[in-house]
Design a protein around this ligand. Structure first.
Ligand code: NAG
Ligand code: NAG
Length: 210
């Protein structure tokens, strides 16, 4: 499923979209929907390196501060009722930073927003749900998130050197309705700068009927 412009805007502040949309509307007679497609479709197809089925988006890769080296998801596709792990490795592109001196401070209040939606077996749409958690070494619900640099476990991402974000999690099938699920994960700074944004669509089989 392609991310909508509205989703992209809610997840990260990206005024550039408007700048990009203006020349399109003045040179063509396409409807707004067509413009959105022109802007987001090529990005949606860009695969994230590593063993995963995720793509960059809804915020385009070019606007993401965190340069992803790889994302491993194991097992992949993600199972139901079983713990799975994700390991994201990368580093901050300092060349894209407006204010490197304050970046380490900003990184201590970074957040991670996970948005889920689904097209169910019967054609219904599952309501879009979003959760925001601090992007730091922490636990939320059944999940644990750990951050490491190249040599040690740490509390937050660092502006210099390699960063690992390791997550273990499980999806309980009892509450899950069967269908094609899309998960969007967006990490951002307090000022709205996007660290990384990724999208994963896959089939999940749950036991919830309603
Ligand atoms: C990616 O998705 C395809 C199609 O659903 C699947 O066959 C393949 O196993 C997936 N690969 C990974 C690494 O999840
Ligand atoms: C990793 O973090 C630890 C603890 O803050 C620090 O002492 C060490 O220098 C860091 N290592 C690297 C490679 O940045």
């Amino acid at each position: 499923m392609k991310p909508t412009l509205v989703q992209a805007l809610t997840l990260c502040a990206i005024p550039t979209v408007f700048a990009a949309a203006v020349p399109l509307s003045s040179t063509t007679h396409q409807k707004p929907v067509a413009q959105i497609k022109v802007i987001t479709e090529p990005e949606g197809a860009l695969k994230i390196p590593g063993h995963n089925n995720a793509t960059y988006g809804p915020v385009p890769k070019a606007w993401q501060l965190f340069k992803i080296e790889f994302l491993e998801i194991a097992p992949s596709p993600i199972p139901v009722n079983r713990i799975f792990f994700t390991l994201l490795r990368g580093e901050i592109s300092l060349s894209k930073t407006k204010d490197p001196a304050h970046l380490d401070k900003l990184l201590t209040s970074a957040t991670l927003t996970i948005t889920s939606s689904a097209i169910l077996l019967n054609g219904d749409h599952e309501d879009t749900k979003s959760y925001t958690v601090p992007l730091r070494t922490t636990a939320f619900g059944p999940a644990h998130l750990s951050i490491r640099n190249a040599t040690a476990y740490v509390e937050h991402l660092s502006s210099s050197g390699s960063n690992d974000i390791l997550v273990d999690y499980w999806i309980p099938g009892i509450f899950l309705r069967t269908g094609t699920w899309t998960f969007e994960v967006v990490a951002e700074l307090e000022d709205g700068t996007c660290l990384f944004a990724m999208s994963l669509t896959q089939w999940l089989e749950g036991r919830a009927k309603r």
